[in-house]
Design a protein around this ligand. Structure first.
Ligand SMILES: Nc1nc2c(ncn2[C@@H]2O[C@H](COP(=O)(O)OP(=O)(O)OP(=O)(O)O)[C@@H](O)[C@H]2O)c(=O)[nH]1
Ligand SMILES: [Mg+2]
Length: 609
């Protein structure tokens, strides 16, 4: 077996927000891949609009820098548990990884998940304790906890023999030992060269595993992956081996290599490198591109199963077709199935109803990001409440169960444990981390987590931190009784008026402001009691001959509660939908008229569930 000493392939893995993308910034900036006057800002790799808005990485991405003549291929990954599929998808391209651990938070649930993945794939880890600039960092303890994690997860003795580095990604500083004053990120580059094994290469006919796809309006589909065997050059004939084993013949148009944020055309690339190739029209992630001489498939990428599902349907509200550019069944179906090419842990299924599709993902956020992306592209549609995906094994009904970790204040413990016991959670650990801070750990069925995030944020006044990790499937624990109160439903179509909304506010919270177009069956507020109430929000104050315009002005409405998309899908019950368009997010009853809802006998029964 030969090695390529001119390349290192590393993945950057960690729990959410521990500083992966910021560390990539530091590496890019120091490698001078930008022009001197180029303004690059922060979180350079998080280029997708939603990533920038939310400040999180959603998709794994490649970049590369050259240090002392060695090309370091870097893969930035997301840390949020809902995007774990992205980590699983790209991790096998690397030979080593930087496991980042926040110097205050220490190892968190997703740290464990990604380290396990990395060790299983045989990656050589380097531990990077990040954010050492933070005043109350507790580095010694974090190191000890990280060691415990390795002891728990390592399957071979040599995996315990990892190197440690200390960084401040925001300041662009890395040091090998604490107490040394660092000046730049050089020690990180040196350690990568020393501790990450150079890629092994096989000679022979070309073979590459496609781990990522991109699209360019001129070049068409771009297949990205690691070359495992042989060489590839522009105009080489190749074969693409797809999931069902079928072979299609193509000619490579271009071979591209990464440098900073750019992809540069090169004449030829060799085994061990991570490259992008164009010219393969029909290629999916997991396919092997190989020489026609030996078109053997590499093992396909395996990602974990989805745990949450919801339906996506054609918009059936009275306002359908008004706000979106794409609203037909065909357009919705094509878009959803197209998503499968890149979103590996997503599943899409047709249902009995031709206008409705079942979409399965790794969590509510995973699905919410897809909804938001489609809405921005101009799609309008309606989605149902997310449900945990159950399955039957040996005649037994099973459901997904997750570990839930909450960091909160002492005074919230009572409320939270009560809320969670109704959601069938079992307390597994409780620790006082000094002061007023408590860490609670639970095992909870996924169905009990649906709708919990917003309840948790309300209960902790937005200050608590919650994390979940998938544990596995366990026996079904029975239905959970919904504790959400009833809703206030518009009883007719029109424009919401101050007078009408004032009536609503007498009963609970409003979701719309005066001037909003509403339709019969649209949810305009939350009742403070368990029942749903239909209410005319378009009602104006009766005009009398006496001029009394001031009386209307005198009504002071409390500003409406504006639910974000994630809050909206978290909020609705089974007999409700969220209508999503590029311009609006509306909540509605599935059955729009009061008469229909009353007729639906099971409605009342379901609503109490
Ligand atoms: N003080 C300090 N803050 C840091 C450091 N590194 C990152 N941060 C901050 O931590 C936050 C999260 O950083 P990111 O780089 O987005 O974290 P990430 O690991 O890429 O997050 P995800 O991709 O969403 O999992 C940002 O506000 C950074 O500015 C550091 O060394 N010191
Ligand atoms: Mg990131």
């Amino acid at each position: 077996m030969n090695y390529r000493s001119d390349i290192r392939n590393i993945a950057i893995i960690a729990h959410v927000d521990h500083g992966k993308t910021t560390l990539v910034d530091a590496m890019l900036k120091q490698s001078k891949v930008f022009r001197d006057n180029q303004k690059v800002g922060e979180l350079i790799m998080d280029q997708n609009a939603l990533e920038r808005e939310k400040g999180i990485t959603i998709m794994a991405k490649n970049t590369a820098v050259v240090y002392r003549g060695v090309k370091i291929n870097i893969i930035d990954t997301p840390g949020h548990a809902d995007f774990s599929g992205e980590v699983e998808r790209v991790i096998s391209m690397a030979d080593g990884c930087l496991l980042l651990v926040d110097s205050i938070e220490g190892p968190m649930p997703q740290t464990k998940f990604v380290l396990r993945q990395a060790l299983e794939k045989g990656l050589r880890p380097i531990v990077v304790i990040n954010k050492i600039d933070r005043p109350n960092s507790r580095i010694a303890e974090v190191l000890r906890l990280t060691e415990d994690l390795f002891l728990e997860l390592a399957t071979r003795a040599d995996q315990l023999d990892y190197k440690v580095l200390y960084t401040s990604a925001t300041e662009g500083i890395a040091v090998n030992e604490l107490g040394i004053k660092g000046k730049d990120i050089t020690p990180l580059f040196e350690l990568i060269l020393e501790a990450v094994p150079p890629p092994q290469i096989q000679s022979g006919p070309f073979q590459m595993l496609v781990s990522n796809l991109d699209y360019d309006s001129h070049k068409g589909k771009i297949a990205i992956g690691r070359i495992w065997r042989g060489k590839v050059a522009a105009h080489d004939p190749v074969v693409c081996v797809s999931a069902d084993g079928s072979l299609s013949h193509y000619e490579i148009s271009e071979v591209l290599t990464y440098l900073g944020l750019k992809r540069l055309e090169i004449a030829e690339a060799e085994a061990g490198d991570i490259v992008a190739v164009t010219g393969i029209e029909r290629v999916s992630i997991g396919d092997t591109i190989a020489s026609p001489d030996r078109p053997e498939a590499l093992p396909r990428i395996e990602v974990g199963e989805p745990t949450v599902e919801m339906t996506f349907g054609v918009n059936t509200s009275p306002f359908a077709g008004r706000e979106g550019r794409f609203s037909t069944t065909r357009q919705l179906r094509e878009r959803l199935y197209r998503e499968l090419e890149t979103n590996l842990s997503l599943r899409v299924q047709d249902t009995n109803s031709p206008d409705t599709f079942l979409v399965k993902g790794r969590g509510e956020l995973h699905l919410a990001i897809l909804i938001e992306t489609m809405r921005r592209e101009g799609y309008e549609f309606e989605v149902s409440r997310p449900e945990a995906i159950t399955k039957v094994v040996d005649g037994k009904l099973l459901e997904p169960v997750e570990a839930l970790r909450l960091d909160t204040k002492n005074e919230c413990v009572g409320v939270l444990t009560e809320m969670l016991s109704k959601r069938q959670a079992q307390l597994t650990d409780m620790r006082n981390n000094g002061d007023d801070n408590v860490r609670l750990e639970f095992h909870i069925p996924t169905k009990g987590l649906i709708g919990f995030r917003s309840a948790f944020l309300t209960a902790t006044h937005g200050e608590g931190i919650m994390n979940t990790t998938f544990l596995g499937y366990e026996a079904w624990r029975g239905n959970i009784v919904s504790t959400r109160s009833g809703v206030l439903v518009a009883s007719e179509q029109g424009i919401a008026a101050t007078y009408g909304l004032n009536n609503v506010q007498g009963r609970g919270l409003t979701f719309v402001e005066p001037g909003t177009l509403v339709y019969e069956g649209m949810i305009v507020g939350m009742n403070s009691r368990p029942q749903d109430i239909a209410i005319n929000v378009c009602k104006e104050k009766k005009k009398t001959n006496v001029r009394s315009s001031t009386s209307d002005i005198a009504i002071k409405l409390t500003p409406p509660v504006q639910l974000s998309l994630e809050q909206a899908i978290d909020f609705i019950n089974r007999d409700e939908l969220v209508e999503v368009t590029p311009e609006n997010i509306r909540l509605r009853k599935k059955l729009l008229t009061q008469a229909q809802r009353l007729r639906d006998i099971s409605f009342a029964r379901r609503a109490t569930k």
